[in-house]
Design a protein around this ligand. Sequence first.
Ligand code: SIN
Length: 539
Amino acid sequence: MRLLAPAPGWTITSDVIIVGSGIAGLTTALQIRAYGYSVLLVTKARVDEGSTKWAQGGIAAALGPGDSPAAHEADTLKAGAGLCDLKAVHALVTEGPDAVARLIARGAVFDRAASGEIALTREGGHLTNRILHAGGDATGAEISRALLAAVTEDPGIEVIEHALVLDSLKSESGRVCGVTLHVIGEGSRDGVGRALAKAVILGTGGLGQVFAQTTNPSVSTGDGVALALRAGADVADVEFIQFHPTVLYLGAKSSGQQPLISEAVRGEGAILLNDAGEQFMIGIHPLADLAPRDVVAKAIMSQMLKAGTGHVWLDVSKVANFSERFPNIYQSCISHGINPTHDRIPVAPAAHYASGGVRVDLAGRSSVPGLYACGETACTGVHGANRLASNSLLEGLVFAARIADDIHRTLRQLPREEPIVGSDTEILLTPEIRTEIAQSMSVGAGVIRTKSSLEQTKAQLEKIATQVSKNPCVEAWETTNLFTLAKVIVASALIREETRGSHWREDFPNESSSWLKRIIEHMDSTGTLSQRYEEVAND
Ligand code: SIN
């Protein structure tokens, strides 16, 4: 399958193509450059506009006194609710500290305590302080700045901005050997072209825009996962959408990207209160307000449903020097008329992170040769049913290095293959349905799901699938990607008849041992989805 698009009018070649300029894409580019290969890095907007720069809380790594990779592993497995792959988690926690050291060597500056040591804070599900942060609550922006500076200095990395990647190109042997892309550029690289290489790495970030309210920026339309599905790659765990418990509530009608109130705020002493002023997390989980994210999101939703309100409250009065420790969150609240130093902050859950994605192995390889995925786009098995807070930036760093090593090991001797012209089915939907997709997903496949809510969303998606377009443009391509992702999320969420991690089925409220397996989604050349199961790798 492929998106309806004009035939490519220009060609560019490189050893490796990286799609996306967040922590995963930028780190993979630098790691691959260390082996001397040429890199073409394409990104849909400006290089600094992805999800990474929005990350507030930080990056988890076992660096503090008394902490260890084993303790980090235990917390990660607990949050993942039985669906983490042990080897992937082990790689994450043991290789994490060195990956962070490389990031620091590349120029990222983290906040330090008065003693001079890196300051470490806590977030939900962590039993110890192990979250590095920068600029208080501007961790992602600092990481992005440092990596971009290193990428920009490297003449072996060509960056193309404003380039939406459309589809993969395959050789006679079925190997991915490039992509088609649409560039809003000038001169020879304007419009649809093709980029050819020995390998393609997808690091396009998240898919939060599938939902009506999300912490993700507008560029997070899951383009990489949708491309991988059309390329015939397996995707997994897509039903596990993590809803961040505390997003600034801007009213029931507010949609798109919503301001995040980092979990680190609760790590520094903030508490959640209901309308009656009760600290409702006490008694729900031993970690109370610092319980894993799914537990807190569910408790907040229960309070909201009980009280018939659109939000609960976050009280930050116990957080020392709030405006200095969290300057961006403070400013964001002030700009919406809330002064957190005397007002409680209204907060509600919103779509935040896709724990699943393109199913990859420990070297970041998808099920289609030549196609890799990294970061939020990938499903390495690290997150299971619920990502542990601040493990995502770390996953990007660790698996970027693994992908680069694999590319060096395997692609060195390979010639660059030529793409063949396929006779794929083409798809394109009208951009007018984008809002309907997001609203229908939030209502029927959001924090709380039931068979009937999911079936309603499924029926609505089937109805709007008829709204085809003959006018290729960025908005139509993005909408088609969102539609594809909505379809797979609903399909998996309907099949998984249990409540586990961030997948909450009101009609199946408990975990079931028969569901200790992941759902793998596959799309055939006509766009039909099929599913199979994969055992969780516990050894
Ligand atoms: C946060 O700062 O609460 C978000 C961190 C994360 O999603 O890991």
